[in-house]
Write a protein that binds this ligand. Structure first.
Ligand code: PBG
Length: 325
């Protein structure tokens, strides 16, 4: 078409490379996940996720100061209860571990955005995301009630955003209504609207001690081959009042991130999940890949696909690497 310029390339001096760069990562893109647990003086490294720890509430302050100093704007909290039971009651207890952690973080760094994962799987003794019947089927409606209670207890502790991750039908609407009723109309909802039944959550189940004791989550999570269904799920959650839509996992679903970002005008979050992180770590440990280069390449790809924010275990390292370049 334009034979005279076909194949012509800008000579890529460093300055020109910066000028034509289309996707730029910064600390502002990241949300860092934290696992909080009972006890005192607990700082237990998660073996499959090097550099990530289960922390007791008293150990949070230095971690939070580090995150704030790096300029990361937000954390998402996951809780490990002292006791698990069939309905996951520590998940919605006012003095539960996540509720305590939110208060502590807000004391140390009121400006840090605190997001809480709203799901029962870490709190139930069977490891499913809700209440189950005698045959082990997850019961949607009673579960939704408990999730709404959990979201209110997080908001009450000071959470800025609640993130329901269970995929039950109608939970976003129920959570929105409960938050509004209790005077938390300012608390926003980041919905894990598009969550696939994925093998990439493996290390998280060790980190949060939340592997299902029987069956799997395919009954309530999406099937990996489906893309149009992602749009339907996002659409439904937005109609119920979600403020931010999340796609999870990220790496094998870049087309889904792109489609969701194109279809809706709300912010899109992508979860660069535990398995995606651990693969990079393990291969780097073996000397097969350059960790820094590959991690930044993956995060750039997720942003280029259309994510406005990325939940990632690489967050702290990524900010350090970015400041060195
Ligand atoms: C559910 C939840 C999970 C993850 C985040 N929230 C586990 C699951 O859906 O089975 C996984 C995140 C990761 O793998 O990093 N509470």
């Amino acid at each position: 078409m334009y034979p005279q310029i076909r194949g012509r390339r800008l000579r890529r001096s460093e300055a020109i490379r910066r000028m034509v760069c289309e996707t730029r990562l910064s600390a502002d893109d990241f949300i860092y996940p934290l696992f909080v647990t009972h006890g005192v003086d607990v700082r237990r490294e998660i073996s499959s996720m090097p550099g990530n720890y289960q922390l007791s509430v008293d150990q949070l302050a230095p971690e939070i100061c580090e995150i704030v100093a790096l300029g990361i704007p937000a954390v998402i909290l996951f809780g490990l209860p002292e006791h698990k039971d069939p309905t996951g009651s520590e998940g919605y207890a006012r003095g539960g571990v996540v509720q305590q952690a939110v208060r502590e973080i807000k004391r140390v760094a009121p400006e840090l955005v605190v997001i809480t994962d709203v799901c029962l799987c870490e709190y139930t003794d069977h490891g499913h995301c809700g209440v189950v019947d005698a045959d082990g089927n997850v019961l949607n409606d009673p579960t939704v009630e408990l999730l709404a209670e959990m979201a209110v207890s997080h908001a009450c502790a000071g959470a800025d955003l609640v993130a329901p991750s269970d995929m039950m039908d109608g939970r976003v609407g129920a959570i929105r209504a409960a938050l509004d009723d209790e005077g938390f109309s300012e608390t926003a909802i980041m919905s894990y609207a598009v969550k696939y039944a994925s093998g990439f959550y493996g290390p998280f189940r060790e980190a949060a001690d939340s592997a299902p004791q029987f069956g799997d989550r395919r009954g309530y999570q999406m099937d990996p081959p489906n893309l149009r269904e992602a749009i339907r799920e996002a659409d439904a959650d937005l109609a119920e009042g979600a403020d931010i839509i999340m796609v999870k996992p990220a790496l094998a679903y870049l087309d889904v991130i792109s489609a969701v970002a194109g279809a809706f005008s709300v912010p899109v979050a992508a979860y660069n999940v535990s398995g995606e992180f651990s693969m990079v770590k393990a291969a780097a440990e073996k000397g097969w890949i350059d960790e820094r280069r590959v991690a930044l390449e993956i995060l750039t790809g997720i942003k280029r696909a259309g994510a406005d924010m990325i939940l990632t275990y690489h967050a702290k390292d990524a900010v350090r690497w970015l400041s060195e370049t």
